[in-house]
Design a protein around this ligand. Structure first.
Ligand code: NAD
Length: 487
């Protein structure tokens, strides 16, 4: 893209995941004259994006993809009738690396950036393998002047690192690197993309950096007011993403720490949360106690922030943020311990049903679900049968996440975890039902008369307890226990 003739007509989004897919769909929706291609090395994922069964579940996503990818939105796609809207397709999913990157004016990097598995301190460096691979492909195929955008959550200084990599692999060709972190939450991705609180664009503080940032801002102004787009320097932008996640997770750990005090004293954590949330300086969001945060982002972004503080020699700062993750782990353990205590530390012959496995409602993302730690804690102690029902998680993902649960020498672990496609069957003859996330369906499930017979020997279901405990970010509580009122 030349500064004299700035125009974006083709975008390539590298990474067709939870961020890349929905982001590309919304960009395509609001910029009908721009061709948006989503590129992934995982051919299976691309095939599903091109099918009627998208690889991720997000409310509202199907309709946008049907309109932008297929060019038509119908009430009855099978019959092609009741047409609501028609337009030229401008969203494409592909695994043609050279072709897609080579034709793009702007390339969004939306690949996975997990933490490294080991490290010295409490922090963890980011595993940049996927991002480095994508940058190498950009160096190989991108046309001169293409604007490169970090959508992935990355360590501070990554824009500079990408610039250096491109400089050494494509000497003499200049690329502008922008940071444009994504703040969507899974389960509300489309709503968040359509109505973001803000869009952050970080760039080099040069005139060409500003031109590139303006080009990206222009794409967003198709649906987002200009005053909600904040243009800052790239370091601030990269750091803002880590800090936003760390602060949100910190609130969850803060209220969970209070829930431990409440349980020990007779105070009610929901009443405490309501009381403090009415203070305008504190506010009510992210103040629901539960079994802790999960998902692929909070833990790793705090580990990355902690690592940054450690590497800067800021030990107290590192210690402060690492406690947010530590508290989260202990909250999950505390939840499992309550169940074990209830059964005198012996789950032999007991069936524990779990409604929900995903880390929060309205997503099928099983990564780092609190359910995994709960199962681990339960199976580590005593044999128990775990029965799982989740409306959106697929079996393969659940099995992958729990593959390390249970003592290493216990060959029966996989057979002691069963996955059901019907919630009532999962709960049939259960000794306890754990509601792991706040999926709306579970409220109804628990109110169904069928549930009484499903939990055959339950003398009393404490439903008020379950409603009160439904939490914002995954995580509930033991709802019902055979032969007893509640925990
Ligand atoms: P994801 O694992 O769902 O998707 C990443 C995709 O990138 C995968 O499909 C993978 O095959 C593909 N990929 C990796 N290397 C590639 C390459 N060289 N070429 C082509 N494709 C490649 O990850 P995600 O959840 O979408 O997260 C992506 C980034 O966005 C991460 O940095 C994450 O921290 C950040 N983020 C995630 C969320 C979220 O809620 N998931 C929210 C905000 C930000």
């Amino acid at each position: 893209v030349s500064p004299e003739n700035p125009c974006i007509s083709r975008i390539c989004v590298i990474g067709a995941g939870y961020v890349g897919g929905p982001t590309a769909a919304v960009l395509a929706l609001h910029n009908p004259s721009v061709r948006v291609e989503v590129l992934d090395k995982d051919q299976g994922r691309i095939t599903r994006w091109n099918s009627g069964h998208l690889p991720i579940h997000e409310p509202g996503l199907n309709d946008i993809v049907r309109l932008t990818r297929d060019g038509a939105l119908t009430n009855d796609p099978a019959a092609g009738s009741n047409l609501i809207s028609r337009r030229d397709p401008n969203l494409f999913f592909t695994s043609d690396t050279a072709g897609s990157i080579g034709a793009a004016d702007m390339i969004l990097l939306a690949v996975n950036t997990p933490t490294k598995k080991s490290g010295v301190g409490a922090g963890r460096a980011t595993n940049m393998t996927a991002l480095d691979g994508a940058v190498k492909d950009v160096a190989l195929y991108a046309k001169a002047g293409a604007v490169i955008v970090e959508k992935s959550t990355v360590p501070c200084g990554t824009a500079q690192r990408i610039r250096q990599t491109l400089g050494s692999l494509r000497p003499g060709v200049s690329f502008e690197i922008l940071s444009n972190p994504e703040f969507l939450s899974e389960g509300t991705a489309i709503k968040d993309l359509l109505n973001p609180d803000r869009v952050i664009i970080g760039s080099a503080e040069s005139s060409s950096g500003q031109v590139a940032a303006d080009l990206l801002a222009n794409l967003y102004t198709a649906w987002i007011p200009r005053n909600q787009i904040l243009q800052i320097n790239a370091w601030s932008s990269e750091l803002s993403k880590l800090v936003a996640n760390a602060m949100l997770a910190q609130r969850i750990s803060s209220i969970n720490s209070i829930s431990a005090i409440c349980e020990a004293t007779g105070a009610n954590v929901n009443e405490v949360a309501k009381s403090i949330g009415l203070d305008a300086r504190i506010g009510p969001q992210f103040l629901k106690a539960g079994i802790g945060f999960g998902g692929s982002c909070f833990r790793k972004d705090i580990a990355s922030l902690t690592y940054l503080a450690e590497s800067l020699g800021l030990d107290e700062v590192a210690e402060y943020w690492s406690q947010v993750n530590s508290l989260n782990v202990s909250q999950r353990r505390r939840f499992a311990r309550r169940i074990l205590r209830r059964y005198n530390e012996n789950l032999a012959g007991k069936k524990i049903a779990m409604l929900g496995f995903a880390f929060k409602k309205n997503t099928g993302d099983a990564r780092e679900s609190p359910a995994v730690d709960v199962i681990k804690n339960l199976l580590d102690e005593q044999p128990a049968e775990i029965a799982i029902f989740d409306p959106y998680c697929n079996e393969e993902d659940i099995l992958r996440e729990i593959s390390n649960c249970g003592p290493a020498d216990d060959a029966s672990t996989p057979s002691r975890v069963k996955i059901y496609s019907d919630p009532y069957q999962a709960c049939a003859d259960a000794n306890a039902v754990l509601v792991i996330n706040d999926c709306d369906q579970f409220r109804n499930t628990m109110r169904e008369p069928r549930m009484d017979s499903a939990i055959a020997a339950a003398s009393k279901l404490d439903r008020t307890f379950s409603d009160e405990c439904i939490s914002e970010l995954g995580a509930l509580s033991l709802i019902s226990e055979r032969g007893s009122q509640s925990l």
